[in-house]
Design a protein around this ligand. Structure first.
Ligand SMILES: [Fe+2]
Length: 368
């Protein structure tokens, strides 16, 4: 049976955070999970929006949170016993909060052993407030945590937050962050569109989101408020799409590329997308979907069109443009290929991908 899941309510408005008190009106104890940076910039607004409520703030969340840090947060807040968790932050904070919610529901559970197919009974209400326009974690079933020196990806449909609040005034004004997170969302759309588990429900979300990101990313980077509102919504639509259909080859390659060459996630997956589109065009059904996007965006060729869009917003599409030397790059291609080959996202790609295919894409991506 195929399932399509997303939050019960998605609130969206500039300044929506100010309505938090009403959104949690039935709740007795709210645990706000955030990080030090968000607390510094938006702490007063968050606290004011919960005035009169019995809330507690936990802000000890680092980027790329570890399993141990989740266990610590759970222990530290055990006696407070929240009925609601409000996650305010980027993907790491929301993933962290979802993990803490699992611990409150299953105190003895080892997070590494979450079964993606067995429904869970999450006992706390999950409210997610994303502060970047990209990860889609506010509407998705996935969690990425760090376990020693490896990343682990968990997922379960019961982990889709109950509520998402989209307020673009909480998102940064920093061009590089808006670009890399926006490009991540753009790639999520193409991945969800091509995934072999895609449906017309997910296709519909991806098409509108691609159109919205394509027409608004540059304006959002210039801090146009309306464009930032639209980008924020589009990133969440992309999240709903990939949460229900999966990400594919660009993410498998991007995870490996990013960790091998220390390049941020959005930039990594964005760089590899045109090569992945070329590769996946060999699949007839996927190619027909690319053609639809091509017509929708008035492009003569989808790859040239995406590269032109990248040039407009400053997203590279050749490895050499990142300043990585040819010697270093070629010396690490075998390592990056092996890592990509192990990535679970390959399962969703419409075409089966082998070692030689991956290596060929990596070789091509350096640029002449
Ligand atoms: Fe991504």
């Amino acid at each position: 049976m195929t399932i399509f899941t997303f939050p019960r309510n998605i609130y969206f408005k500039r300044g929506a955070i100010e309505g938090l008190q009403d959104i949690v009106s039935g709740s007795e104890r709210q645990l706000v999970i955030t990080d030090a940076n968000i607390l510094k910039f938006h702490g007063d607004r968050i606290k004011k929006s919960l005035q009169g409520k019995n809330f507690k703030v936990y802000s000890n969340v680092s980027p790329e949170p570890t399993i141990e840090s989740v266990e610590n947060a759970f222990r530290e807040n055990l006696s407070y016993n929240p009925d609601t968790i409000i996650a305010i932050g980027g993907g790491s904070v929301i993933d962290f909060a979802k993990s803490v919610a699992i611990k409150f529901s299953y105190p003895d559970k080892d997070l590494r052993e979450i079964d993606p197919f067995k429904p869970m009974n999450i006992k706390v209400k999950m409210i997610a407030v994303p502060t970047t326009s990209g990860t889609g974690s506010d509407v998705s079933l996935g969690i990425v945590l760090t376990d020693g020196n490896r990343k682990i990806a968990l997922g379960n449909y019961s982990l889709v937050p109950d509520v998402s609040i989209l307020d673009s005034t909480l998102t940064p004004n920093v061009k590089d962050i808006i670009r890399s997170t926006g490009i991540d969302a753009f790639v999520h759309c193409f991945e969800a569109l091509s995934a072999r588990t895609s449906t017309i429900l997910t296709d519909a979300l991806t098409e509108k989101s691609i159109d919205t990101i394509y027409h608004n990313l540059k304006k959002a980077m210039e801090n146009n408020e309306e464009a930032k509102d639209l980008l924020h919504l589009a990133a969440t639509m992309a999240g709903m799409a990939f949460s229900n259909s999966g990400t594919a080859l660009a993410h498998a390659l991007g995870h490996s590329f990013g960790s091998t060459f220390h390049v941020v996630h959005g930039t990594s997956v964005g760089l590899l997308l045109p090569y992945v589109i070329e590769f996946n065009s060999k699949d007839e059904k996927t190619n027909a979907k690319y053609k639809r996007v091509e017509r929708m965006l008035d492009m003569t060729n989808i790859i040239d069109g995406i590269e032109a869009f990248y040039e407009e917003v400053g997203q590279p599409y050749r490895v050499k443009d990142l300043g990585i030397s040819a010697d270093l790059y070629y010396s690490k291609i075998d390592e990056a290929t092996e890592k990509a080959l192990m990535d679970k996202e390959l399962y969703y790609n419409p075409i089966k991908v082998g070692k030689e295919d991956i290596k060929k894409i990596f070789l091509e991506a350096y640029g002449d």
